[in-house]
Structure formats: structure tokens, C-alpha cells
Design a protein around this ligand. Structure first.
Ligand code: NAP
Length: 249
């Protein structure tokens, strides 16, 4: 059976790799990002591999935009029953320099975004009696200097995940979180730029601290998301899987 999946923040990075992975798993994929035009590369890659995808533009933190986007997916592709809440931003700063805007922007995209998307999609999942939600957390949920906003959001994603798992389990819906460590994407390129370190040096320095002796790639995270979205994962719910090249508590 072909499942309809929505992956947020899927224009690039982990979201793009996840959208491609779910398409190769047999899903039809709504590739959602702030601007539909930015989704063209991900959609083209899926179609080139024989899959089906739709570009959708929406700000996940905007209630109306989310309702419209999910309705569009349902009209164009069918009832969405797989949701990956991946869209994310960084606004790093030490607490004394962190602005109200830095705090609100990060909490809005990660937490409010996951809430709005999940609330809209669960209506279809409950009706179908089957669903999968995967939320992107982070090793930063365990605490990370300069990331009070992001750490709070990513720890929040874990509590959100466990609560939805309890509420939605009886409807055949599982809810899990993947918490990546250091993954080589544009998000970390921006961090390296801000620190005045070249991206290659930044990656090499990070790899020294990782037990498997390399940084992660978006595909490493996509593989974990793929398992949680699979038919086989129906008895796995409310879990947080750290994908970090080594153990995390
Ligand atoms: P990325 O390369 O920066 O991609 C994030 C995507 O989300 C971008 O395409 C971005 O669009 C989109 N986005 C941002 N705000 C949005 C909004 N309000 N509505 C819809 N889309 C929005 O990031 P990534 O590294 O792939 O990270 C993906 C997820 O994994 C995030 O939740 C991140 O926190 C998490 N994560 C990443 C790492 C890592 O090491 N990279 C580690 C742990 C967790 P624009 O390009 O238009 O901004």
C-alpha cells in the first residue's frame, strides 16, 4: 500500500535526504519547506528515481498556512499518514545575549511547528487507523552551550513525542523521535561561519570527538527515520533514538 508522507524542511539537508529515503521506501512524498520553489531539487530527485512527490510551500509555525498545506496534500495526493517534523532553525547565543526574538523564533519553528503539523495530520491518521510521526530532536536536548533556546525546543520535542505516543497509540499511530548528533548540513556550515572556522576544519575537529570517527551525513538520519516510518515499526513508539556515532544518555 502506498502511504502519503509529509516531510517538513525538506528542501535541503536531513529533510531532503529523508524525503528521498521515504520515496525509495515506496511513499508518495509531500516535500514541504518555506518556499515551494526551493523544493524543486528534492522533488526532481525523487521523480528521477521513479517516485512521486509534490512541492508544498508553508511556514510550519503559521497555523493557517499549515492547515492549507495539509489540505492541499490530502487533495492532491491523498490522506497523509506519515509525518516527519524536521523543519528547524538556529539562533544561537549565550543566555545574556539571547534576544526575545531568538527565543521565540526557535521555539516557534521547532515546537509550535511540530504541534501544528501533528494536530493537522493526526485527523487523517486517526481516520485511517494507521500513522507514523517522527520528530527531529537533537543531542543538544541534553544541554549545549549557546543553545538555551534550541536545547529547550529539542528537549520539548522529546516530551511532545512521548505524549503523542500515549494519546495516539490506540489509533494505530506510533510517534518517535530521532536525535541526531553532528550532521554535515548547511545548518552547521552557518555555525562554522559564525565561529570563523572553515567548514572542513570544523568537520574534522568534530569527528575527533565521535566514537565512529566521522561526522554524520543526512542519509544516516534518514535511515533511522525510515525505520520508524515502516510498517514493521508498529510496536515501537514513544522512543528517542540518538543517531550520533556513539552513545548519548
Ligand atoms: P537545514 O539544512 O538548515 O535545513 C532545514 C530546513 O528547514 C531548511 O530547508 C529551512 O528552510 C527549513 N525551514 C526553516 N524554518 C522553516 C519553517 N518555519 N517552515 C518550513 N520550513 C522551514 O537543517 P538540517 O541540518 O537538515 O536540520 C534538520 C533538522 O534536524 C532540524 O530540526 C535540526 O534542528 C535537526 N538537527 C540537525 C543536526 C545537524 O547536525 N545538522 C543535529 C541535530 C538535529 P530555509 O532554507 O528557507 O531556511
Amino acid at each position: 500500500m502506498t502511504r502519503i508522507a509529509i516531510v517538513t524542511g525538506a528542501a535541503r539537508g536531513i529533510g531532503a535526504a529523508t524525503a528521498k529515503q521515504l520515496a525509495s521506501d515506496g511513499c508518495t512524498v509531500a516535500v514541504l519547506d518555506l518556499d515551494a520553489e526551493q523544493c524543486a531539487d528534492t522533488v526532481a530527485a525523487i521523480e528521477a528515481s521513479g517516485g512521486r512527490a509534490l512541492a508544498v510551500g508553508a511556514n510550519v509555525a503559521d497555523s493557517e498556512a499549515v492547515a492549507e498545506a495539509v489540505a492541499l496534500v490530502a487533495d492532491e495526493l491523498g490522506a497523509p499518514t506519515v509525518l516527519v517534523n524536521n523543519a528547524g532553525i538556529l539562533r544561537d547565543n549565550l543566555l545574556f545575549k539571547m534576544t526575545d526574538g531568538d527565543w521565540d523564533a526557535v521555539l516557534n519553528v521547532h515546537l509550535r511547528g511540530a504541534f501544528l503539523m501533528s494536530r493537522a495530520v493526526q485527523a487523517f491518521q486517526v481516520k485511517e487507523g494507521w500513522g507514523r510521526i517522527v520528530n527531529l530532536s537533537s543531542t543538544s536536548a541534553l544541554g549545549n552551550r549557546g543553545q538555551a533556546n534550541y536545547a529547550a525546543a529539542k528537549a520539548g520535542m522529546q516530551g511532545f513525542t512521548k505524549t503523542l505516543a500515549i494519546e495516539l497509540g490506540r489509533y494505530g499511530v506510533t510517534v518517535n523521535a530521532v536525535a541526531p548528533g553532528f550532521i554535515a548540513t548547511d545548518m552547521l556550515r552557518a555555525t562554522a561561519d559564525r565561529m570563523g572556522v572553515g567548514f572542513d576544519d570544523f568537520l574534522a575537529g568534530a569527528a575527533k570527538e565521535i566514537p565512529v570517527a566521522r561526522v554524520g551525513q543526512p542519509e544516516d538520519v534518514a535511515a533511522a527515520v525510515s525505520f520508524f516510518c515502516s510498517e514493521a515499526a508498529g510496536f515501537t513508539s514513544g522512543q528517542v533514538l540518538y543517531v550520533a556515532g556513539g552513545p548519548k544518555a
